[in-house]
Design a protein around this ligand. Structure first.
Ligand SMILES: Cc1ncc(COP(=O)(O)O)c(C=O)c1O
Length: 270
């Protein structure tokens, strides 16, 4: 099922499956749109934990927060903003603890950036669990954020319900053409991914060498701890670099740039 970016998909899921009295459950911190759209649909949003030492979503805590009112669980993998990735075997184990009438949404917006994992996607679980949905977007590795193309692999059981709610003309022909062209140019995306992996290794080495607390990222950004994020954010902005300085208190989320930009930023951070 296609949508005008994943933000429309998130709104569509909330509109289809949530109403007043329901609970929408997610780890925190995660992508804030789940909370926002669930609240707009009238549901109560419930937060479970991310392990502070590793930034990994705590699946035991997530399972512990399921109640009779839980209707949707959001699992961003890799997670934004921590950048951390959970192996699919752990998600499969988690699914066994989720009641069959609760929909689990695995948001794989950043899955294309995962390295050194043979089959990183939860796609294969959609045929095993008919309450699991996987979301993907053309906004990240494919660089088409402004064309607004997202899609979900949806279990047969719920697809008709979502199709009923989806706006009939949600993606333009131009966006479809752009997405198809990008999808077919895998040589280009592999080049981009290689550049990204080099940047990630360099940032990782930089944070290690300078003893800056950070999480192991499997994405195109990193979350790192600083004494005063707002002051550092303002300083970087003066030099032309925009970072997220108020997403997680005490931490900065920063995307990777070109090699020259990254080198300049590292100088600024020292
Ligand atoms: C985890 C995650 N999911 C979904 C989205 C929405 O992506 P889009 O609506 O551009 O497809 C984003 C965008 O930043 C994101 O970080």
């Amino acid at each position: 099922l296609f949508s005008s970016g994943l933000d429309e998909m998130i709104a569509l899921i909330c509109r289809t499956f949530l109403e007043v009295g329901d609970e929408s459950l997610q780890p925190w911190p995660t992508y804030p749109e789940y909370q926002l759209q669930a609240a707009i649909a009238g549901a109560t949003t419930v937060n479970a934990a991310v392990t502070p030492a590793t930034g990994l979503i705590d699946l035991d805590d997530l399972a512990a927060h399921i109640t009779a009112k839980t209707k949707v669980i959001w699992l961003c993998n890799p997670n934004n903003p921590t950048g951390t990735y959970l192996p699919i075997s752990q998600i499969a184990q988690f699914m066994k603890r989720v009641p069959a009438d609760v929909l689990v949404v695995v948001d794989e917006a950043y899955i294309d950036f995962v390295a050194d994992v043979p089959n990183p996607s939860a796609l294969s679980l959609v045929t095993q669990f008919n309450n699991l949905l996987v979301m993907r977007t053309f906004s990240k590795l494919y660089g088409l954020a402004n064309f607004r193309v997202g899609f979900s692999i949806v279990p047969q059981r719920v697809i008709a319900k979502m199709q009923n709610v989806r706006l009939p003309y949600n993606i333009s022909g131009i966006s479809q053409t752009a997405a198809l062209a990008a999808w077919q140019d895998q040589a280009f995306t592999q080049t981009v991914k290689q550049q990204l992996l080099t940047a990630r290794q360099q940032w990782s080495a930089f944070f290690e060498a300078n003893h800056i607390q950070h999480y192991a990222s499997q994405t195109n950004f990193m979350l790192y701890q600083v004494a005063d994020p707002q002051a550092l954010g303002a300083f970087l902005k003066q030099h032309g670099y925009l970072v997220r300085d108020s997403m997680v208190p005490g931490w900065i989320r920063q995307s990777f740039g070109t090699p020259a930009q990254d080198a300049e930023m590292r100088q600024l951070l020292l």
